[in-house]
Design a protein around this ligand. Sequence first.
Ligand code: CS2
Length: 466
Amino acid sequence: METQQRAQRTLNAQTFPLPKRPPIRIVHLGLGAFHRAHEAWYTWKADSEAEWGIACFTGRSPAAATALASQDGLYTLIERSATGDTFQVVSSIVEARDGSELARLRELLRAETTAVVTLTITEAGYHLLPNGALDLDQPAVAADIQALRQSEDLPDNGGPSTPIGRLVLGLGDRMSARAGEIAIVCCDNLADNAAATRNAVFGLAQAADPPLASWIAENVSFVGTSVDRITPRTTDADLDIVREYLGLEDHSPVVTEPFTNWILSGSFPMGRPAWEDAGAVFVENLEPYENRKLWLLNGAHSLLAYTGLQRGHTTVAEALLDPYCSRWVQEFWDEAERNLPSKELQISAYRAALLERFSNKRISHQLSQIAADGTHKLRMRALPVIQAELSAGRPATGAMRVISAWLGWVQGAETIQDPAIEAIRAALQQDGRKRTESLTATIDQQLAQDPSALELIEKLAGSVRS
Ligand code: CS2
């Protein structure tokens, strides 16, 4: 009896009844807090008739699916402003599964009713080379090519293990089932993320199954997006706050800021939710918006992470209070702004809003969370500004400081999570200028060949701790 009472107190479809659960029409790969604060929220908010349900598959953390599945996909979104919290129970996710449940993924991709696949698999999850092509030599990619070649015999032989490999497998099923076209929407912070996703998906199919690659070219619409909502990790204290508010146990709430933004470009041949009803914006040319977000928000995040961690700070808000860090952010933004169509993008207002968002002390956004996967992130966040400034004959001091701060951080960090960790470790075995050059090369080969850039990177490193 006691167990039953306790079970009843958990958030789920019984304790939180809804008039209708939507049918699955979206498949999402990369179930994490960001997806739940962003796309799942937009879908829930826009879909008043409950017509668009999402089936989510985890990437790196199977536990996320278990917790959510036990709550019938329901979870509380805590919007945390500088002055207080508001709560919403989001119900657009109707199925949550571990990414390895390939039979279910394949079944969903074979279904004509599935219209959209969305992705939040992190920048590194696409396995792209700096030139944008799929890195066929990466062991996980090579293994997926083998698995896809034997896809007739699946699932017994295990099947592909990367999200892109699994998606390509499912697209093969869709082709065989003649289930029609589909839109694939990238929601990761990559420059030109539609092209990046096309390169990864098409490149893998071409290596494993050329007829499938031709089908993809004809039947898949790759949609580009710029996504924005700062979403820190949930803490145990947040579980207590939700229990207090909801009177129910939610094992998987998400904390996010009130601000949210989603800009999309591309077509949806089989339809989509009316995301614009929840504030999403559809544009013809995504690039300026994408650059604004990647350079100003994400670039400043990385700068604050690597300088802030070296200066003893833990969160974004804390680092921004440090006059050195905040001056370096302004210096970097000034450079980035010179390379953006400032008026159309209302850069001054955007910068002011960012300062306010970053200063929200109630959002405890850990610098260590942002520091991960630096080689991939800095290629999108700092390198384009460096390239633009250097070709205009300017030294790019502000953007170069981001690279320099990363170099300083990897040389002292206890743990480094990065897809290029082996090359980073090898570079750390070297000394002096050779070390600077090899570390810089893990981000960009060309920059590593530029002696004056290396000199500036070394010079700036000295200033970070002072
Ligand atoms: C952050 C992003 O972790 C990171 O690298 O810069 O997750 C950032 O918080 C989001 O892109 C905000 O929209």
